[in-house]
Design a protein around this ligand. Structure first.
Ligand SMILES: CC(=O)SCCNC(=O)CCNC(=O)[C@H](O)C(C)(C)COP(=O)(O)OP(=O)(O)OC[C@H]1O[C@@H](n2cnc3c(N)ncnc32)[C@H](O)[C@@H]1OP(=O)(O)O
Length: 408
């Protein structure tokens, strides 16, 4: 019986078996270079495994990183590497792993929330994860899209990510505290972002970097690779952008002008455009960006009052939520969130509830991107006092949409 299989915190000895399991589950040939990089971020004491005899047949890891949320940067458990062996699937092992992980994280008290990227969007809502950020995947026809002409100077400098590493990290760290959805990166996590083993390239070049230097120094960068292509009508290469970040509009437009202008390329792809990405408003023809809407970060509140008191709100609010949370009953019940832009409190109350929802919905609304009003329109949040939804939904919003630049 699978239910009897031991589930326990990992030890360093489990890494190779767990890593081999995960390469297989994601249909990837084992890649030594990547496995070495994974080992650098993997923490045994934040990992759970299920074993069967000598084999690891289930795994989940919660990396300790910070996440930017509206108006704050908080510790967040970055859940990743979730998998169950095909020989053991659909017998409840994921359910056991998720339940135990939520309980352990909550009891440890280090992080008020957990986040993840889902391999399949149907998997995690049942564990209280709500869809908190979305993104646009772009496939841009470079001949059809023009950007406004450059209005200011600035210089582009190209190089390898390794050569430009200090500049990349500096720009990222400058921008990170303002962007809900961005995660802190140690050198080890940067190595994941820049991972570039030949097995990853799918016929494209190695990863390249370009930085923009404004008057005050480097203020933007892009990471990209390209893939050769020829058609009967001529050159048909593709530029794949993996990350682009800039501190100001000049740098951002200049980097995009560069990427869209690379000779012999006809298409530029980018999978992580924010749903309010400036490129949507810079491009001469938005349709030619060929946008495809996709899910991003899923958020799970571990400690509901701590999480709701830690973020900032766009307007004053005073609202009582009736919350359901079957997996972490400490979060269930009635909570009053009161305050405004400088800060809010979240306390248990016996007052009548204004809104009723599941913890999944508060996770979805947490980064300010998914509105409580939209969730109510979907029948997931219920308004119990007229007017409460309008006010709470406005307060939970934010001046920019969350956007997560990296699948961890
Ligand atoms: C954050 C991340 O790391 S995302 C990566 C997730 N991992 C993968 O996608 C790798 C390949 N897949 C797997 O390893 C496994 O199939 C898992 C981990 C997705 C599921 O593990 P299992 O042990 O089979 O899940 P378990 O038996 O606990 O299923 C729990 C419930 O979720 C449902 N479920 C599980 N996986 C899926 C899925 N891929 N699609 C839809 N429903 C699913 C089950 O049907 C079950 O529903 P029920 O309770 O109504 O019967």
């Amino acid at each position: 019986m699978t239910d009897d299989l031991p589930l326990r915190p990992a030890t360093p000895d489990d890494f190779l078996k767990a890593s081999t399991l995960l390469f297989g589950l994601f249909h990837r040939a084992l890649d030594q270079e990547e496995q070495d990089l994974d080992r650098r971020v993997w923490e045994a004491d934040r990992t759970l495994v299920v074993t069967d005899a000598d084999e690891v047949v289930g795994h989940t890891f919660a990396a300790a990183r910070d996440l930017t949320v509206p108006g704050a940067v908080l510790p967040a458990a970055h859940v990743t590497g979730v998998g169950v062996a095909p020989t053991h699937r659909r017998r409840g092992l994921l359910t056991r792993l998720m339940r135990r992980q939520l309980r352990d994280l909550r009891d440890a008290g280090r992080e008020p929330l957990a986040i993840l990227w889902a391999s399949e969007a149907r998997i995690y809502p049942r564990f209280g994860y709500g869809l908190a950020s979305t993104r646009l995947e772009l496939s841009i026809d470079t001949r059809e899209v023009k950007l406004p002409a450059a209005t200011a100077g600035g210089r582009l400098r190209a190089g390898s990510p390794a050569d430009l590493y200090p500049e990349l990290t500096k720009v990222y760290d400058t921008l990170r505290p303002e962007r809900p959805g961005w995660s802190s990166r140690t050198d080890e996590w940067w190595a994941q972002v820049l991972a570039d083993s030949p097995g990853r390239r799918e016929g494209a070049t190695e990863r390249r970097a370009v930085v923009h230097e404004g008057e005050g120094g480097v203020d933007g960068y892009a990471l990209w690779r390209s893939k050769s292509g020829w058609s009967s009508t001529g050159p048909n290469a593709t530029v794949h952008v993996s990350e682009i970040a800039a501190a100001d509009p000049v740098a951002y437009a200049t980097l995009w002008r560069f990427l869209l202008g690379i000779d012999l390329a006809r298409t530029v792809t980018y999978g992580f455009a924010a749903v309010d990405d400036p490129l949507l408003y810079l491009a001469s023809d938005i349709r030619q960006l060929d946008t495809h809407f996709a899910d991003g970060l899923w958020v799970r509140l571990l400690d509901l009052p701590a999480a709701l008191a830690a973020r900032r709100y766009a307007t004053d609010l005073d609202v009582v939520f009736e919350v359901g949370d079957p997996l972490l009953p400490e979060n269930a019940g009635r909570w009053r969130v009161a305050g405004g832009p400088p800060g809010a409190t979240c306390e248990r109350t016996s007052a009548e509830a204004d809104l009723a929802c599941d913890v999944t919905d508060l996770g979805a609304a947490y980064l300010g991107g998914t509105s409580l009003a939209a969730l109510a329109a979907a029948g997931r949040v219920r308004e119990l006092r007229p007017g409460a939804l309008h006010r709470a939904s406005t307060a939970f919003g934010w001046y920019r949409q969350p956007s997560a630049p990296e699948i961890f």
